[in-house]
Design a protein around this ligand. Structure first.
Ligand SMILES: Cc1ncc(COP(=O)(O)O)c(C=O)c1O
Length: 382
């Protein structure tokens, strides 16, 4: 059974627990659970051997291992020859953005969206093309795409499953995206790092499997960083099914992108080949926690929550209640609960929203929910 011990968590120095001492953190997407034993054993064995020299054994197997996992879990067989290694999912995403587009080019995102997608577009001088999803269904439709995506768009930054909404987009929705991608000759970056955390009867649907029109124009991103909480180790795979991008990447000097470390490769290999028993346990806790949040928050006024299709992130909307104005700031400053501020994900439509990370123990989650319920009961006052 996975554990999340408050004493151990309070001693950690990482961003999640180290940045706001004394508060309960449920913001950044790290889990509170003890790491999978297989990962700990792989890293510890290497540390005990003192082996930190040049060693590419695990690195050279990483793309193949990711491809095998896609085939076994999701029924999609990526071509390992199209895989390239990066030191993180965003490293790969930023690289593709810079290599494929010019300043001023339109880059479409499905808002509200994991905020680094927005900041990377702004920081690179590209033009943000918002495709605004609306609740309670958050569906992509051909009409929405026609209204949002203009002729100056060159790239789509897609997220399947979606962070922060937790949606797994279905075949019809993906067919609509494929249609526009083909018609406007767009490249699609499909960030699928949440694909191993899909709940209930739903299944992860890789874009490349959903519609043949994605072939030849899609870069799929994968990593063990979210599923196994290894974000600090730094490794990711980009499956570059866009010939022009592969030619550009392979024509650059060999060390342009650096490489993940041997420790990160050892961690990801252990996760993908020997981590699934731990993942089953962790996933069961996460799924039960999602239902628990809906049950507890469903009993109070002033907040809306729903069970996501995937991820351990929940999108809460405080509209119409006492916390409607900047809920994350109020909960943090006045109640010691740190959520991610909705406005980061969409500055216009999500100011009454906040993202809650439920990858923790039931005990800690209940302390978090107590703070939300108390804040709402008190009309938002501390
Ligand atoms: C959709 C998505 N992509 C990328 C990342 C960051 O991944 P990495 O640390 O591998 O760059 C996150 C982290 O939460 C994420 O949710």
């Amino acid at each position: 059974m996975v554990r999340a011990d408050l004493g151990r968590l309070r001693s950690l120095t990482g961003s999640k627990w180290g940045k706001h001492p004394g508060a309960l953190p449920a913001w950044v997407a790290d889990m509170d659970f003890d790491v999978a034993p297989a990962i700990k054993a792989a890293i510890t064995a290497r540390v005990e051997r003192g082996e930190f020299g040049y060693d590419f054994t695990d690195l050279d197997r990483l793309v193949g291992c990711w491809a095998d996992r896609q085939a076994a879990r999701h029924g999609w067989s990526p071509d390992p020859d199209l895989g390239r290694l990066f030191t993180g999912t965003l490293h790969a995403l930023d690289s593709m953005l810079l290599l494929h587009t010019e300043p001023g080019d339109g880059v479409a995102v499905f808002t509200p969206i994991y905020y680094p997608f927005r900041t990377t577009v702004a920081a690179s001088g590209r033009r943000l093309v918002d495709v605004p999803l609306t609740g309670p269904d958050w569906r992509i439709t051909p009409e929405l795409l026609a209204e949002s995506i203009d002729d100056g768009t060159r790239l789509i930054l897609f997220c399947q499953p979606h962070n922060p909404l937790g949606r797994v987009f279905d075949r019809d929705e993906l067919a609509a995206v494929a249609e526009v991608a083909e018609r406007l000759d767009l490249v699609v970056i499909s960030d699928e790092i949440w694909g191993d955390l899909v709940h209930g009867e739903r299944a992860h649907l890789p874009l490349q499997l959903a519609d043949p029109r994605f072939a030849g124009r899609t870069v799929t991103l994968g990593s063990a960083s979210k599923t196994f909480s290894l974000a600090g180790l730094r490794s990711a795979v980009a499956h570059v099914d866009v010939e022009s991008l592969r030619t550009t990447i392979d024509g650059l000097p060999a060390h342009t992108f650096g490489r993940p470390s041997s420790l990160s490769a050892a961690g990801a290999m252990a996760a993908w080949t020997r981590g699934d028993e731990w993942l089953r346990d962790a996933h069961a806790v996460i799924e039960a926690n999602c239902h628990h949040v809906v049950e507890r928050l469903g009993a109070v006024d002033g907040v809306q929550a729903y069970v996501p299709d995937a991820t351990y992130l929940m999108w809460l909307d405080f509209a119409g209640g006492p916390l409607a104005d900047q809920p994350a700031r109020r909960l943090q400053d006045e109640h010691g609960l740190v959520l991610s501020d909705g406005a980061q994900f969409c500055p216009t439509t999500a100011t009454s929203c906040a993202r809650l990370n439920v990858a923790t123990s039931r005990e800690i989650l209940d302390q978090m929910l107590d703070r939300i319920v108390h804040a709402l009961d008190e009309g938002g006052r501390p």
